[in-house]
Write a protein of this length. Structure first.
Length: 476
């Protein structure tokens, strides 16, 4: 049980107390299931892992059937399948759509892992492995809570639909079509997301906003083939030099994006809103210790959290060309490449931002080279949970009960494209209710999940469903 709930377990409503008792008794089994699930290398970005994606989907469907869900289905897409399940036996109670994803990022660079990425390993109070934090532990615990309710009480307090996708890490490119096609099956009061994460392990938090995203890739081409840099250097334009100038020109000397129109339409935050962010328990020193960076950097005149949550960015994610192997090879390369993503805030349209950047790059194309800019389907608008939303209110109540203190309201610097899909296609807002933590090295070597938060998350989800059904503050 959670750090705050041992003393109150005896006064919990009988049904909830029964469920919490089952979850506590199954703690070792829950961790063993996570190890089994996270051992599947369900890497959506790499085609050679398509069989592993299918294996993970089948594993998850089997676990949902074991939990006692009335309906469990695999929904095919043009890419990887989604896993759908439902239990709709709570007549008159709210219906929630639980979202998560079972695909994971590639583990590279492998040499930087202290333990094998797909051999989940317990070290102290943590479990290390690719996908344990993003998103397999937060996703799996929701199924384990459903199992505990159905096996101990025979019912769930609310109607629950599960939608677990296999393409979140590649931009959820086929999910919008799937959601539109299955809109009737996905009707609910709101979405409760197992994806996301809390800001701190020490302080509960509720994420109420997320930035959007736009992505593109560019290639600069010079000579038709690689050339000897001694014989040809200084007589044709080097694509690496050209692309370096292009990407350097995307920002000014104040850290602002230099693309004309990039900031148009952004609603500036009020002094009160900026002050509320500044009052959060955060220090640049602690942040630098966590990241290993020598200093913070970004748009002038703004604090770190303001930059991360409430301002748009343009980031270079990859830059390559020429010879990068060991030793020297005196080559003038024929091509150079770069990958860019932008994080967006309310007021910015992803397609428009991508078009503006493409126009900027072509307008500043150096002489002696050609430029090819390719826009990505990896796009999403920024999202904000409305004040007073019932799902958010219940989340605040439950987190305060479980952790003994009210949660901080925070933003998310990252992007979850499905938020835009749920709102635009289904008209549903999304409440983040994940028990991952932002410092757990997701997308990086040595990703980990705090084992105690498996139990904390299980208890919180169990209390959430009960509190939502009761329509009142959670008790005991």
């Amino acid at each position: 049980m959670s750090r705050a709930s041992e003393a109150s377990a005896g006064t919990a409503p009988p049904e909830l107390a029964q469920v919490l008792s089952v979850l506590k008794a199954r703690a070792d089994a829950s961790l063993a299931e996570l190890i089994e699930f996270a051992s599947i290398p369900s890497i959506s970005a790499q085609s050679q892992h398509a069989p592993d994606i299918q294996r993970a989907a089948d594993w998850l469907a089997a676990r949902l059937r074991q939990a006692g869900l009335d309906t469990v289905e695999l929904w095919p897409t043009a890419g990887h399948p989604a896993v759908y399940a439902e239990w709709l036996g709570a007549k008159g109670a709210p219906t929630i759509l639980v979202y998560g994803h079972y695909d994971v990022q590639p583990p590279d660079p492998l040499e930087r892992w202290n333990t094998p990425p797909f051999t989940p390993t317990v070290v102290g109070d943590r479990i290390y492995g690719r996908g344990v934090s993003d998103d397999k532990a937060p996703l799996l615990l929701t199924v384990q809570v459903a199992d505990a309710y159905l096996s101990s009480t025979g019912r769930l307090p609310v109607n629950v639909k599960f939608l677990f996708e296999g393409e979140e890490e590649v931009g959820s490119v086929h999910l919008p079509a799937l959601v539109a096609e299955r809109a009737g099956r996905l009707r609910a009061d709101f979405v409760l997301s197992a994806d996301g994460g809390m800001w701190s392990a020490e302080t509960p938090s509720l994420t109420v906003s997320a930035r959007g995203i736009a992505a593109l890739e560019l290639t600069v081409r010079g000579p038709a083939k690689d050339l000897h840099s001694g014989r040809h250097g200084g007589s044709v334009h080097n694509p690496l030099h050209a692309i370096a100038a292009l990407v350097a020109g995307l920002h000014d000397d104040r850290g602002r994006v230099a693309v004309a129109g990039f900031y148009d339409g952004i609603e500036e935050r009020t002094p009160e809103q900026r002050d509320s962010t500044a009052q959060l328990p955060f220090s640049d020193e602690a942040y630098l210790a966590q990241t290993g960076a020598p200093t913070t950097y970004g748009e002038e005149g703004l604090g770190t959290l303001e930059r991360q949550w409430h301002r748009p960015t343009l980031e270079l994610n990859g830059l390559w060309g020429g010879y990068t192997g060991e030793g020297s090879k005196t080559v003038l390369p024929s091509e150079a490449h770069a990958k860019i993503t932008c994080r967006l805030v309310p007021g910015q349209d992803p397609a428009r931002i991508s078009a503006l950047i493409k126009a900027h790059l072509h307008a500043h194309q150096p002489p002696g080279v050609t430029l090819d800019v390719r826009l990505s389907d990896h796009q999403a608008r920024a999202y904000h949970l409305p004040q007073g939303h019932l799902g958010g209110q219940v989340a605040r109540q439950v987190l305060a009960e479980v952790y003994g203190q009210p949660p901080l309201e925070v933003g998310m610097g990252g992007s979850i494209p499905v938020l835009d899909t749920f709102l635009g296609t289904l008209g549903l807002h999304t409440v983040f209710f994940s028990f991952a933590v932002g410092d757990e090295d997701i997308h990086a070597p040595n990703e980990f999940f705090r084992i105690a938060r498996l139990a904390e998350g299980q208890e919180s989800w169990a209390r959430y469903w009960g509190a939502l059904a009761a329509g009142q503050e959670p008790r005991g």
